[in-house]
Design a protein around this ligand. Structure first.
Ligand code: GDP
Length: 140
């Protein structure tokens, strides 16, 4: 079993779409092993997206991610990282495939509803950013 980190972003939580998006995630076969409502501050959001620090959209991204609550979700499934990226679709909803979560719910390249880890290695780092091991349910 592999794990990945999802974040329901402020545009998702603020627009009360969290239930619908979680439903899509569970229907696609992911098991929730950790779930936490968080309000990131600018520093924490900046650290999470530090890899994008030199990008022109970094400040806007930090403001967006710290502008309202997020829900961090640790997910488990065979091939979780790649399968979750496929489920959410391309970064820009205009380019996301039909049937993906971003295609259905996202409103812009920045306000794209959900984060998903991009590698197994980053998934481990990102899960530990939000959860300690005792916050995560062990696989039955
Ligand atoms: P992801 O892995 O699909 O989430 O995409 P990236 O890692 O490339 O970017 C991280 C996040 O930054 C995205 O999910 C968007 O919220 C935001 N983002 C990416 N590209 C842009 C952009 O060109 N403009 C703006 N405003 N935000 C962007």
């Amino acid at each position: 079993m592999e794990r990945t980190l999802a974040i329901l972003k402020p545009d998702c939580v603020g627009a009360k779409k969290s239930g619908k998006v979680l439903d899509r995630i569970e229907a696609a076969g992911f098991r929730v092993v950790g779930l936490r409502m968080v309000r990131l501050n600018a520093q924490t959001a900046g650290t999470f997206y530090e890899v994008h620090k030199e990008r022109p959209f970094y400040q806007d991204l930090v403001e967006f991610m710290s502008g309202d609550r997020c829900i961090a979700v640790a997910l488990e499934k065979d091939n979780a990282v790649a399968d979750f990226r496929k489920l959410i679709g391309a970064t820009d909803p205009a380019e996301a495939a039909d049937g993906t979560i971003r295609k259905e719910f996202a409103t812009s390249k920045q306000n794209n509803i959900v984060h998903g880890s991009d590698s197994v290695e980053n998934a481990k780092i990102e899960i530990s950013f939000f959860f300690s091991s005792r916050d995560l349910v062990e696989t039955a």
